[in-house]
Structure formats: C-alpha cells, structure tokens
Design a protein around this ligand. Sequence first.
Ligand SMILES: Cc1cc2nc3c(=O)[nH]c(=O)nc-3n(C[C@H](O)[C@H](O)[C@H](O)COP(=O)(O)OP(=O)(O)OC[C@H]3O[C@@H](n4cnc5c(N)ncnc54)[C@H](O)[C@@H]3O)c2cc1C
Length: 541
Amino acid sequence: MSLSSSSSSPSQMYHVPELDNNDMDHVPDHTFQKYTSSNSTKRGSTSKGTSIVWFRNDLRILDNEPLYKAWLSSQTVLPVYCFDPRLFATTYHFGFPKTGVLRAQFLLECLADLRKNLMKRGLNLLILHGKPEDIIPSLAEAFGVHTVYAQRETCSEELNVERSVITGLQQVVIPCPEESSTGVTHSNDSPKLQLIWGSTMYHIDDLSFDVTCLPDVYTQFRQCSIRTCIKLPAFLGPPPAVEEWGCLPSLEQLGLCSQKVSKGMKFVGGETAALSRVYEYFWKKDLLKVYKETRNGMLGSDYSTKFSPWLASGSLSPRFIHEEVKRYENERQANSSTYWVLFELIWRDYFRFLSVKYGNSLFYIGGPRKVQRSWSQDQNLFESWKDGRTGYPLIDANMKELSTTGFMSNRGRQIVCSFLVRDMGIDWRMGAEWFETCLLDYDPCSNYGNWTYGSGVGNDPREDRYFSIPKQAQTYDPEGEYVAYWLPQLGKIQKDKRNFPGNLYIPQIVPLKFGNTGRKDKFSGARRANDRVSERRWNMR
Ligand SMILES: Cc1cc2nc3c(=O)[nH]c(=O)nc-3n(C[C@H](O)[C@H](O)[C@H](O)COP(=O)(O)OP(=O)(O)OC[C@H]3O[C@@H](n4cnc5c(N)ncnc54)[C@H](O)[C@@H]3O)c2cc1C
C-alpha cells in the first residue's frame, strides 16, 4: 500500500511510511500458501461441464466460496466480471455520480489484482461491459454452463439484478451432456444461479434465530460461531477456451475524469494490498494491541485498521480477519483491543442482517421506524457541507478529506452526519447519497444503516445522538492538527498575522429553519463556541 502526504506545511505532522515492496510481495504469498488446500485432486467425481463464477462484491480468491464451489462441481470454471453501466449512472434521488472516480479507480485496481491472482492459479478473468442479465445468460448458452455461482446480496438494486439474471437464465436451454452423448435419453435444462452467502463474518445460516427476528438493539445481537476460511486449491484451471478475455476500461471510458490523491491516505485496490494491510497493521506495526485506544482518531493511517474499502469490495474476507485476530491473541496478546476489532466487524454484520430484515425501508426518508419529520433540501446549505465550506473547521476538514481520498474516519462520519441532519436540518438521504458517491468503502448496508442511525430514523429508537461540534473538536482534535492538515489555508492566515478565524472563517452558511430538530439555539451556540475553540487553538501555535 502506498501512503502519501503533501510536501507543503503542515503535512509533516502526517508522516506515514510507505510499505516497502518486500512486504507487498512476501505477505500475500505466504498467506495464500497457508490458505491453499494441499489436496487439489479432491474435485468431486460428479463434477461436469463448465460453470461460471460471476464476481460481484467478492473480488478475492482467499475464502471465496462461490469460486470454490464452482471449481468443485465442474471441469472448467469461467470467472466473469460485468461492468454494469448502472453502477456508473447517478444516485437514486439526488443525481450524484453513483460511483465517484476514486472508488472507480479502486475497483479497477481490485479487478487487475483479481485477474493476476486468478492467472497464478491457472485461470483468468473475463471482463465484459454490459448488464449482467444480458451477459451471464448468453455466456451460459455459449459455454453450455450448468450453474452460475455468485455471492448473495441483500439490497434492492442488487436483488433486482439477481432476479433479472435468473429470468435470463430460464430462457437458456442447455442439453444435458451425459445423456445427449449416449443418445438414449435427451433432457434439456436451464442453467441455475446459485447464490452463496459470503460477505459477513457470521454466516446467516448460523444465527440462532431467523434473521427477521434480529434484535433492534445491537447489544442484544452477537454470539455466533464463525466458520473457518475456505481453502482453495493451488491450481483451479484450466479455463475454458475464450478468444478474448477483455480489457479493463479506462476511467474516461467509464465517463469519469481521473483524480490524483494529492494528500492523505492513498488506498490501493485488490486482495494483495488488502492482505498487506492486515499484515502491516496486525504484525509488522503491532497496532492491533492499541486499537481500542486509537480507533477514534482522525489523522494518519494508523489509528484504525482501514480495512473497510477492501471489505466492501470483497477483496478481504471478514473471516480471514477473525482468524488473524485469533492468531494474534495466541501468539502475542488478547486484550480489549483485539476484542474491539471483532466487535466492530460484528456491527458491519449487523447492518447487513438489518438490510435483510428491513428491506427497502433502510432507504426511505422515515427509515425502518417510519419516523415522520420534515427535512430541508436546501441546495446552498447542502453544497456548503458537501464542498467543505460551512465555516466549521472540523466539518470542512472532514469533507475535504472525503473528497480528496475517498475516506473519512468513523468519528468524522458521525460528526458530519450529525451536523448535516441536526444542525442544518438537511434530508439525511442527501448526505447518504453523497457518501455513496465518494466513499471507497461504500456499502449500502453500512452506509444507509449508519445514516439512519445518525439521523434518528434507524431501527433502534435509543440511537438518537447529537454531536456538539466544539466538544468533538476539543476531544478528538485538541491541538487542531487534523484541521490544520486538511485546511492549510488557516495556517497561512495565522502566519500572515491576520485575524484568525475572523477573516476567512465567517461561516458561509446561513442557518435556515431548524424547527424539525428543535436545536436552533444549539446551532448558533455551537457556532460561536466552535469559533472560540478554533481561535484558541490557532493562537497557541
Ligand atoms: C454516516 C456513516 C456512514 C458510513 N458508511 C459506511 C460505508 O458505506 N461502508 C463502511 O464500510 N462503513 C461505513 N461506516 C462505518 C465506519 O465509519 C467505517 O466502517 C470505518 O470508519 C472504516 O474505517 P476502518 O476500516 O479503519 O474501521 P475500524 O475502526 O478499523 O473497524 C474495523 C471494521 O469494522 C467495521 N466497522 C467499524 N465501524 C462500523 C460501523 N459503524 N458500521 C459498520 N461497520 C463498521 C468496518 O468494516 C471496519 O473496516 C459509516 C459510518 C457512518 C457514521
């Protein structure tokens, strides 16, 4: 993974070393070997024909059950990825780009890495452009495929695609190979889509209750056994004869303009970089032992794991992280930090299961509880938030980080969410859709789950928290380092001995009506206090 920081002051305070190439090469190979089954002759005796692995948000080899099942049940495996144009269209309500340029770049890196790793195992990745419901059935027909394996998704857009693929496959008729070759009986069949659960640490089938009975309070959830990672054989080939495996598109072909990450953390997509990050965070830098104390940080690469972009694309298996935590506990130490990383991963599972329980209501303005509240959709206010020019250093710094890197800390996300919905009174879905555009780790369940919580319309009525911006700044950025890193113009003003923050920091937003939150007074109070905090901080320099 490469991490970069700007050369101009005050970026020195954000010094993050680059992971050297030896680590990049060594760690994954070692890990891959550990998770490679030595018994590669175990392919089922009933395996037949060709099967397709339709890669979606499971862009990895390690612990990939659809890939394993496809290999087990067929003579040849055809791995496919479809560049679905709908992923590069616009968001549902507010027309933002559905996939921002940084996540698109991350995705391209994931796919390049997946192809490389598949080739190491004797396969390849067929890359095609179009809707899966058009591509998958015609491939199934062309290759006489009996089964298409894919990871199961839970949200409506993905479920609609699954349904369309199933309908498309039903139109395809594949002659049954054994019977047609004997010529005795001839039966025809349509290829099946086999969807496999694989995105969470807890398997949905291992929950001790039906997912529709998921508790609405997170602390009442948890306690479930975790399956071990699936080992795949070293050799998965040979692939079927394919004339042209297809190229990765450029960003321009996806309708996007490339954007360099000029400062902050630069994430590299793909399983290789994901495994390197696990190695770096757990073993090389030994950061796992202090995770609980550092996890609320905002500045730098090391305060939290930063696993989320790889988890969201499926380049990293949560069960693999679980196994590494357990290994760490055996080989180094078990403490509240090792417990807490798994606790956070269970939050991620919880939001995924909630999406099954609550379906589309996760995306509705009233959320799962159908809360009646009026929201503003004021464009000026929203844009000041989105572009990081509200006048509140902590908010603006976080929003700048998001647009520059595609990442924001969990602390930052909670703060900017609270500010948008409670101080500005803006429709929470505008914030959620903007996050959908920008986040490298965008995942509908975690994103909309957290936004419904943050805006008080989530399933748990007790989760209705207001974040006081000055208090958050004092607690989590007491020296103003984070703000200074992302808003260096404040530092320049200080140097010019101009009156900070008065000149630049006249809040550019005009408070509208905050009747819906009932927090009008708090807002103006918060603004004054925030300015005072900033002033004090800057005078200290
Ligand atoms: C408004 C809002 C929107 C969010 N949108 C997303 C999103 O689209 N995708 C996403 O992965 N996370 C989302 N989160 C959750 C959380 O902010 C990120 O998962 C976390 O910041 C990622 O950094 P990390 O990997 O260093 O986390 P760590 O602190 O190292 O945690 C380890 C892992 O636990 C999981 N996790 C931690 N906190 C949460 C949480 N609150 N909800 C769900 N999973 C969690 C993540 O997979 C994370 O990688 C959102 C949070 C908020 C408040």
